[in-house]
Structure formats: C-alpha cells, structure tokens
Design a protein. Structure first.
Length: 257
C-alpha cells in the first residue's frame, strides 16, 4: 500500500512507522489516522513482525487531532465517529496487539499524540520533549484514553493538566515513571526493538497480556464513556466557540455553557 502521511519501514522483525506531516507538526488528520490503522493492521501475526516503533518527522511527535481539517460546523456525530472509527481504533490496536510497541518522542506531543505515545509498551523521549494537553482550548475534555493512561500510571500527578489543561516536560514524565529520557530516542527505540526481535518473544507476549490484565482491563469500557462525554461537549457553546476561535486565530471567549 502507498502511504502519503506516514512512512513505513520494515527491517527484519521490526517495523518503524513515522508520522510524516512535519509542516503540520504531524497532526492526526483523517488520512493519517486511516493510514496508521492500515499500517498497524495490515500484517498478520504470523508475518514475523515482533516490534513496532512509532515516531514523528521533524520537530514533533504529533500535535494531535487536525482541527483545521474540517471547515464545517463540528457536530456531536462527527466527534463520536472520529473517536470510535479512528482514534479509539488506533489506541486498541496498540494495546491489543501481541507485538511490542515502542515510541520515540522527538519533540512536542499534544492531545491524542500524547495518548498514542504513552500507550506504547516502551517510551523514549528527548530531553526537550513536551507533552501538551490542549483539549480545553477548544472546549473539549481529554480523549483517546489520555485520562485513563495518565491516571492509571501516575495517580493524581497530572490531574491538573487533565482537568484544566497545561503541559508537562519529559523530565516530569520520567519522574512519574511514564518514559525514559534519552538524547536519541529513535536510536534507543531501535535498540529496544532489536532486543525484542532477538529475545524470548512468547514470554514478552504473555507479559504484555499480564500488564493489560492489570492496567488496561476496562480500557474499552472507559473509551465508550469517554466518547459519551465528548459527545455532550460537542453540543456546547464553548466547543463551537473554541473551534471557531482556533480557526480564526484569536483567543476564545468561553461562557461555561
């Protein structure tokens, strides 16, 4: 398959998927999301791929959903469809797969980009990487499982960023046990992929299943609840105002309704 918004490279038992819209900070537009779903699902479990590296081109991992993509009025149906048909599918493909996923965060990760990075089994980030929870800027709550991931992994550590928005550094994320800070995250991811490829893979698979059983046992139920919350927000004045202000490149004026 020919990809436009991602690059896929297979070397031995490892596959690297690079989000490749550097001019848009690798924003997750509809085409990129579909290509990512295809890349994650195109190869059968028996094809020999054991490790998957996710990274981004340029100075970002991913800036999250591409708000500029749809120029019409955002609706409840659009929000729910995007979550259920793409964002949530990507999240479940990463967690439900027996392959070991490794993310290399080389710059900013925002919104759903944070979720995709942190859903991986191993996460490496550069010292300058930043994680920005910008959902509230357009009148939405965090999605793609971000509240679940951060709360399960670090308790209330990032509750403020989840509730009212904000950001945290790679160093803060490392201190919370979310990732490892390295000077070259792609090189570190490749070395980890090599170890996975050459190691006792069936043991790794069973261990990942145990982690899922312990930490992600009700993930799908949470995603259903998350979609309901976002659907409610999609009908508010503040969501319409937030999206309109973003497109018009001005500060949003929220009313709390």
């Amino acid at each position: 398959m020919e990809y436009r918004d991602i690059q896929v490279e297979v070397e031995g038992r490892a596959m690297t998927i690079r989000l490749n819209r550097p001019d848009r900070l690798n924003a997750l537009g509809s085409r990129m999301r579909q290509e990512l779903i295809d890349a994650l699902g195109q190869r059968a479990p028996g094809d020999g791929i054991r490790a998957v590296i996710l990274t981004g081109s340029g100075n970002a991992f991913s800036s999250g959903a591409d708000i500029r993509e749809n120029t019409g009025k955002p609706t409840r149906d659009i929000i729910v469809k995007d979550l259920r048909d793409s964002f949530h599918v990507i999240a479940k493909l990463i967690r439900d797969s027996d392959r070991i996923f490794i993310s290399a965060v080389n710059g900013v990760a925002a919104g759903a980009g944070i979720s995709i990075a942190l859903l991986c089994d191993m996460v490496f980030a550069s010292p300058s990487a930043r994680f920005v929870t910008a959902f509230q800027d357009i009148g939405l709550a965090p999605d793609t499982g971000l509240s679940y991931i951060l709360s399960r992994a670090s308790g209330r550590r990032f509750a403020g960023q989840l509730i009212i928005g904000g950001e945290f550094s790679a160093a803060e994320a490392q201190e919370a046990g979310l990732l490892r800070v390295v000077n070259d995250p792609v090189a570190a991811a490749r070395e980890a992929a090599r170890k996975v490829s050459e190691g006792p893979f069936l043991a790794y698979v069973k261990a990942k299943r145990l982690v899922n059983r312990s930490l992600f046992w009700d993930f799908e139920e949470f995603l259903t609840y998350e979609a309901q919350q976002q659907a409610d927000l999609a009908e508010t004045h503040d969501f319409l105002e937030g999206v309109t202000a973003f497109r018009e490149k001005r500060k949003a004026v929220f009313s709390g309704t």
